[in-house]
Write a protein that binds this ligand. Structure first.
Ligand code: SF4
Length: 362
C-alpha cells in the first residue's frame, strides 16, 4: 500500500473499529484515548476500537490463522498485519515481585508509556474529563496508583533491552498541588534518563507557575504535551469543566513558554475530534497551535467502556480525512512534522493518522 492508502485505511479503522475473530489482548482503560487494540499495518501503528457496539457494524475484521493476523474488509483480504500490545518486559518483576506490566505498557511500535500518578484530583472532585478512563485500569487491578521512579527506570531498562523501546511517555492525573504533578513527573524522568538515556515526553496541565516547565527540561524531559482537547469553548465546558476553568488564554501562555523551553515542534496538544465541535473550530485551533510552534495532535474520539462517554461514537471517516488533509497543509505552512519530534504521542503516532497524512505527496 502507498502512504495515501495506509492513511485512509487507518482513518477508517479508527472511526469504524474492527471485529475480532481471534483472541487478542485489549486495553480496557488508561489515561487519554484508551481501549481497543494496536495494529501494525506495514510498520505503521494504529490504535483501533474493538468495542462490540461499534465493531459489529464495521466492514473490517481481523482473523487469526496459525499465529498470524489477517485484515479483511467486507470479507475481502486486505493484507497481513501485526498485533501490538504484548511485550517481553511485562513478566519481569519489580523489587517486591510484582510484574512490570503493572507499571508501564508498550504503546505503538516502540514507546514505553505510563501514568505516573493514576489518581486525578479533578476526577475525584467530579470534574474529570468525560472521555478519560484514568480510574478504570486502577479499579480493575491492572496498574498501581503511584509508580515510583526506580521501578519505572527498571521497566524502561528492561523494555529497551527486551523490546527495543526507543522513547518514553509519562502522563499523570492532575494533582491539586500548584505544580499539578510536575514534581513527580520530573523525578521519574530524571531517574529513567539516568538509567537509559531514552528521550522522554511528559503530559501535564499548565502549572500555576510556568517556571515548572524549565524544571522538567532540567530533569531530562525532551518534549511536552499540554492538552486542551478542543477549541470549542462550549464543548470544553461540558466535556472537561476543569480545563474550561483554566481558560484558553492560560493554555496559550503555557504553550508559548513550553516552546521557549523545549523548542518548536517539541510541544504538542491533543485535539479530539467528535466531541460535538465544528470542523472550523478544529482547523482554526490547529492553525493557532501550529503558528505557536505546537504540533496539533488531532485524534478521533474513541469511547472507553466505563466512562460517561462510553456510548458516544467516533467521528465519520470522511470527516476525519478532510480534517487531516487540511491539518497537513497547516503543518507544512508552519514547518512542523511528526518526524522531528523526539518522544511521546506525536512520535508514536498510533492514535492519530496525521503523521502518515504528512507523508502523502501532493
Ligand atoms: S499516541 Fe500516545 S496514547 Fe496513543 S498509543 Fe502512542 S503513546 Fe500511547
Amino acid at each position: 500500500m502507498n502512504p495515501k492508502e495506509i492513511a485512509e485505511l487507518k482513518t477508517e479503522l479508527q472511526s469504524l473499529g474492527v471485529r475480532l475473530e481471534a483472541d487478542s489482548p485489549r486495553r480496557e482503560g488508561g489515561a487519554g484515548p484508551a481501549e481497543g487494540i494496536t495494529l501494525i499495518i506495514e510498520g505503521i501503528p494504529a490504535t483501533v476500537p474493538t468495542i462490540p457496539r461499534l465493531a459489529k457494524k464495521s466492514p473490517y475484521s481481523l482473523k487469526e490463522k496459525k499465529g498470524r493476523f489477517e485484515l479483511f474488509q467486507n470479507e475481502i483480504f486486505l493484507g497481513e498485519v501485526r498485533l501490538g500490545g504484548s511485550a517481553r518486559f511485562y513478566d519481569e518483576l519489580d523489587s517486591q515481585g510484582r510484574p512490570l506490566r503493572l507499571f508501564a505498557l508498550l504503546h505503538g511500535e516502540d514507546c514505553l508509556a505510563t501514568t505516573v500518578n493514576q489518581v486525578c484530583a479533578y476526577y475525584a472532585q467530579g470534574k474529570g474529563c468525560l472521555f478519560c478512563g484514568i480510574g478504570i485500569s486502577l479499579d480493575r487491578g491492572k496498574t498501581v496508583a503511584f509508580k515510583d521512579p526506580e521501578t519505572l527506570a527498571r521497566a524502561a531498562r528492561k523494555a529497551r533491552e527486551l523490546d527495543g523501546v526507543k522513547h518514553v511517555t509519562l502522563t499523570t492525573g492532575t494533582q491539586s498541588t500548584p505544580d499539578r504533578g510536575i514534581v513527580d513527573l520530573a523525578r521519574a524522568a530524571r531517574t529513567i534518563k539516568e538509567a537509559t538515556e531514552l528521550p522522554i515526553h511528559v503530559q501535564a496541565l499548565p502549572p500555576d507557575d510556568l517556571t515548572w516547565l524549565k524544571h522538567l527540561s532540567d530533569n531530562g524531559v525532551d518534549t511536552i504535551g499540554i492538552h486542551v482537547e478542543t477549541f470549542s469553548p462550549k464543548v470544553l465546558k461540558k466535556i472537561s469543566p476543569s480545563k474550561s476553568e483554566i481558560g484558553y488564554s492560560r493554555f496559550i501562555e503555557a504553550w508559548k513558554r513550553a516552546v521557549d523551553v523545549f523548542g518548536r515542534n517539541q510541544v504538542s496538544s491533543y485535539l479530539i475530534v467528535g466531541l460535538g465541535e465544528e470542523d472550523a473550530e478544529v482547523i482554526k485551533g490547529a492553525g493557532l497551535l501550529a503558528e505557536l510552534g505546537v504540533y496539533p495532535f488531532i485524534v478521533p474520539f474513541r469511547p472507553i467502556p466505563g466512562t460517561p462517554m462510553e456510548n458516544h461514537s467516533p467521528p465519520a471517516p470522511k470527516r476525519m480525512k478532510k480534517i487531516y488533509r487540511e491539518a497537513k497543509t497547516i503543518l507544512r505552512r508552519n514547518n512542523l512534522s511528526a518526524r522531528e519530534v523526539k518522544a511521546g504521542c506525536v512520535r508514536c503516532g498510533a492514535c492519530s493518522a496525521l503523521p502518515i497524512y504528512e507523508t502523502i505527496p501532493d
